[in-house]
Design a protein. Structure first.
Length: 552
């Protein structure tokens, strides 16, 4: 097969420890253990996708079986063993995909196969990829062989889900946690490959590839492969073009959008978002990028341009820093919480685009922006033109909009005062526990009514103070909810205390006992005895009385 026809991730796959990217410590440890002849029974490599787990497993197999030894490991002109291992065709190096061979029978076959020594090399090696996919029984069958294998047998495991592997297996392996590749290191690497492939891609476009890959070398190479295939003639692939290819939009648009939200310009906010949406950006991608901008706004003073993983260029970095210095941290935290909740909304609504527009509009009002008329006045004042000020003022007065330019603090004060007056007028007197339940029913607070009747035992009731005990089914927010409603209804703060005393029976228990008493009384009547004579199997389950009449 022509090497040029291979995808970049396979074409540039590391063949020796020297070719590995960002795993120097792991490579050095393995080399030292082989040189010291302290080779573990099993290696376990774990980490995110595309950082070299299976690649290192093959390099370990080469290092153990290379005819030239670890110190003269084949780099270009491979020996027979190294060439066969690289092509996954070595008779003594068996690669297994645990996702397709998960059962205990597969592992038994493996153990049976391990009884025979290597044919043409020093070690027989089993490389098991995605080992966490093995069943519990398969792991148990492997334990004994894993702990005390023959001297010629070695295991190499690779997994992305280390937590799914039993601790009994992990403890029998030499574990290596492979780290994400640093953005600067990965940038240099794919830039070098881009030059080898004679591709013309701008540095900003490469940085976007690094961001999307999230530290995965394979992802970065796959994205670079796709970008190179999109090149036309001798044109350079710039940031805007590559954003269209991968469905990402310019971060500066999002920063501008955030500035407009802070200014309260609802019309322009929607216009900018619709331009972003027209670029083919998925609403969930938009929300996640919005969260990313919020994170940078909150923590930009603790970050460097490198630590942003190439998400921002120099201009965007400085712009975010300026905005961050002029915005309250509490607003950013509030925006973050609200944005997280909006992600759940996207799974409910059918048209996610509409949900995003409403989300942006709510952010504007959540920020407590001033009414439009007031903003217009302030803009006029800044012109230092006395005539225009007088004209604008008289116009607003003639339109009877003077109330709209009150400041926020005045509006809040008026609102609070009006609420207090309303509460004082509508003050309700609650003088007993039964009275409280009636008021809950009148105000349609059915949850509180249910809790009071079913799960609360009254110990003591006074105006302004209720002492209760309760059962295990009481809602955790009951005391908080009841206190709030009592304040609303009576314009008075109530103390609700929890007592160690058992208290009275709950309302429902009293009703149940009363019903039992009525049934027992009914069973003693002549009518019941007559019915039992005619229907010996009959059983009295329930009885209804007329108003307050008792059973005679």
């Amino acid at each position: 097969m022509n090497k040029n026809s291979k995808v970049l991730a396979l074409k540039y796959r590391p063949k020796t420890f020297d070719d590995l990217l960002g795993q120097e410590v792991v490579a050095e440890t393995i080399i030292n253990s082989i040189n010291a002849n302290k080779i573990p029974n099993a290696y376990l490599f774990t980490g995110i996708r595309g950082i070299g787990k299976t690649t290192i497993a093959r390099i370990v197999a080469k290092s153990l079986n290379c005819k030239n030894g670890i110190e003269n490991l084949c780099k270009e002109n491979f020996c027979e063993n190294c060439d066969a291992i690289a092509n996954s065709s070595h008779i003594d190096v068996l690669e297994i995909d645990a996702a397709s061979k998960t059962g205990v029978d597969d592992v038994r076959d493996l153990i049976e196969f391990s009884r025979y020594g290597p044919t043409s090399s020093k070690f027989k090696i089993f490389i098991i990829d995605e080992v966490h996919m093995l069943s519990k029984q398969a792991f148990n069958a492997l334990l004994k062989t894993l702990e005390e294998p023959p001297e010629y047998l070695k295991f190499v495991f690779a997994t992305t889900e280390i937590k799914k592997i039993p601790i009994t297996v992990v403890s029998r392996c030499q574990r290596f946690d492979l780290s994400r590749i640093k953005s600067s290191e990965l940038f240099k690497y794919i830039k070098m490959i881009k030059d080898k492939e004679n591709g013309k891609i701008s540095d900003d476009a490469l940085k976007l590839i690094i961001k999307i890959s999230e530290g995965s070398v394979r992802d970065a190479l796959s994205l670079l492969d796709r970008a190179l295939l999109s090149l036309n003639n001798d044109e350079e692939l710039d940031l805007k073009t590559i954003q269209k290819i991968f469905g990402y939009f310019d971060k500066s648009q999002l920063i501008d959008l955030f500035e407009l939200i802070l200014k309260g310009d609802e019309k322009k906010v929607i216009e900018v978002y619709r331009k972003i949406f027209d670029q083919g950006v998925d609403p969930k991608v938009f929300i996640n990028d919005f969260l990313e901008i919020l994170y940078y706004l909150k923590n930009i003073n603790f970050l460097t341009l490198e630590s942003t993983n190439f998400s921002l260029n120099d201009e965007e970095y400085n712009k975010i820093k300026d905005i961050s210095n002029n915005i309250d941290t509490g607003i950013l935290i509030l925006f973050w919480q609200f944005t997280i909740k909006t992600i759940d909304e996207l799974d409910i609504v059918s048209n996610q685009n509409l949900s995003i527009e409403m989300f942006l509009q709510r952010l504007i009002y959540m920020n407590g922006n001033k009414p439009k008329d007031e903003i217009k006045i302030e803009n006029i004042v800044e012109n230092d033109n006395e005539k225009k000020i007088e004209q604008a003022s008289s116009k607003i007065i003639n339109n009877e909009t003077i109330n709209q330019i009150k400041n926020v603090s005045q509006e809040k004060k008026i609102k609070v005062e009006s609420q207090i007056e309303t509460k004082s007028i509508n003050k309700t007197l609650i003088n007993s526990f039964e009275n409280l339940i009636e008021i809950c029913n009148t105000n349609k607070e059915m949850k509180l009514k249910y809790e009071l009747e079913k799960n609360v035992n009254l110990v003591k009731f006074e105006i302004g103070r209720i002492e209760i005990s309760f059962n295990d089914n009481l809602d955790k927010d009951f005391v908080k909810d009841l206190s709030a409603k009592l304040l609303e209804w009576t314009n008075q703060r109530w103390i609700i205390s929890l007592s160690k005393n058992k208290g009275e029976m709950s309302i429902k228990e009293k009703e149940k006992n009363k019903q039992i008493e009525i049934l027992e009384k009914a069973k003693k009547t002549n009518l019941y005895k007559i019915i039992r004579d005619f229907f010996p199997d009959a059983e009295l389950k329930d009885i209804k009385t007329n108003s307050k009449d008792e059973v005679k």
